[in-house]
Design a protein around this ligand. Sequence first.
Ligand SMILES: NC(=O)c1ccc[n+]([C@@H]2O[C@H](COP(=O)([O-])OP(=O)(O)OC[C@H]3O[C@@H](n4cnc5c(N)ncnc54)[C@H](O)[C@@H]3O)[C@@H](O)[C@H]2O)c1
Ligand SMILES: O=P(O)(O)OC[C@H](O)CO
Length: 407
Amino acid sequence: MARPSDSAPRKHKVTVVGSGNWGTTVAKLVAENTQEHPDIFEEDVQMWVYEENVTIPSDSPHHAAAGDQPRKLTEVINTYHENVKYLPKIPLPPNVVANPSLVDAVKDSSILIFNLPHEFIGNVCKQIKGHILPYARGISCIKGVTVTEDKVELICDYIGETLGIYCGALSGANIANEIANELWCETTIAYNTPPCDQRGKDGENGANGDHYRDSRGQISKTQLTPVPQEYPPLEHDVLYKLFNRPYFTVSMVSDVVGVSLAGALKNIVALACGFIEGHGWNMTAKTAVMRRGMLETIQFCQEFFPETVKEMTFWESAGWSDMIVSCTSARNWRYSKMAVERGVSLQEIERTELNGQKLQGISTTKEVMSFLKARGVQDKYPLFKAVEGIVDGTFEVKDIPVLFRHQ
Ligand SMILES: NC(=O)c1ccc[n+]([C@@H]2O[C@H](COP(=O)([O-])OP(=O)(O)OC[C@H]3O[C@@H](n4cnc5c(N)ncnc54)[C@H](O)[C@@H]3O)[C@@H](O)[C@H]2O)c1
Ligand SMILES: O=P(O)(O)OC[C@H](O)CO
């Protein structure tokens, strides 16, 4: 029976945790949508910024007013509505509010979008634990995994378990600068609405109560607090309205494992493709590496998450499309190619060429390989193993074709 509501309807407040190249782009598109759906979302979108001092570049139209003095990045974003360091030359909607306080940025938000390099997520979760709404829900746009001892964990599961909330994943063939310039692309969002958030036909929350099935298909230890009735139901339709733009086509699915792991592991393959091209081989060699990389990706998903991964996910934007774009035009590919061409390490290139941006492939390779070694199965993943060897200087790019020889 319908439960009479004793309080006024509420709107979802949205926070983007992170403000790099992709974090700022997602804040922009989400803020456009909160303006378009004022019945569902509060208009202002909080964006947590890891504070730093920046000097406005001399070719920026804001340089004349701001001068050469270093200024806080949050002040610059809120004054000029531009992230001059991580997403220069892209005007942001004025309802993107840069906030240097992590705890204040997430306060009272029912939707938390995590979007920062994966190596920082542990520290971020530690800081916000206990400071978020108990019924907040998350979407992780982070491409990576967390590895502890011999356990590999999806970032969205790590966030969910650490904060006691449910968290889905967004991943796709998405180059931030293209989307910021409103060049069309697709993306994939994986979200399994927890039973306690599913509204029955009579408007009540679903009856299944507190727990939900995690990405391994097991009943989670996390006791969820349901999203209160006063909010619009936090299901696929609302998430679609939050992320879909005319230039950003969203496909909603339920395979959180496939979406998350394809997004993480393709960064290892992108490094391999950059090495290949830096060495002087071209597209035909890269497609061989992409094919092998996708096989190892699917094998990894099926070996460690057999209960829930769906092979169809690899035909979504988060699957093959992301593999192709990452191996032909994204940062991990571009800068690993540069490292081979210049004969310097990838870490050195990250330090000198990326102006604070991160190559997720370096840490993902190390983490995935340490997990595979702990299990003693590293030889079943020859391409991933070779990439680790190249990063460490123990394997040569010229020997990659040996991996493809049939015995
Ligand atoms: N850039 C893209 O085109 C793109 C597209 C899709 C997905 N992604 C994924 O999005 C995620 C975020 O990447 P990005 O491109 O927005 O970041 P980025 O590499 O552009 O920027 C690095 C960010 O890390 C922040 N940072 C530095 N030190 C920090 C610390 N100690 N603690 C917290 N934050 C710190 C910086 O302030 C900056 O915001 C990554 O997992 C990436 O793989 C990126
Ligand atoms: O620039 P990269 O290598 O971090 O990749 C960006 C996106 O993940 C491509 O889909």
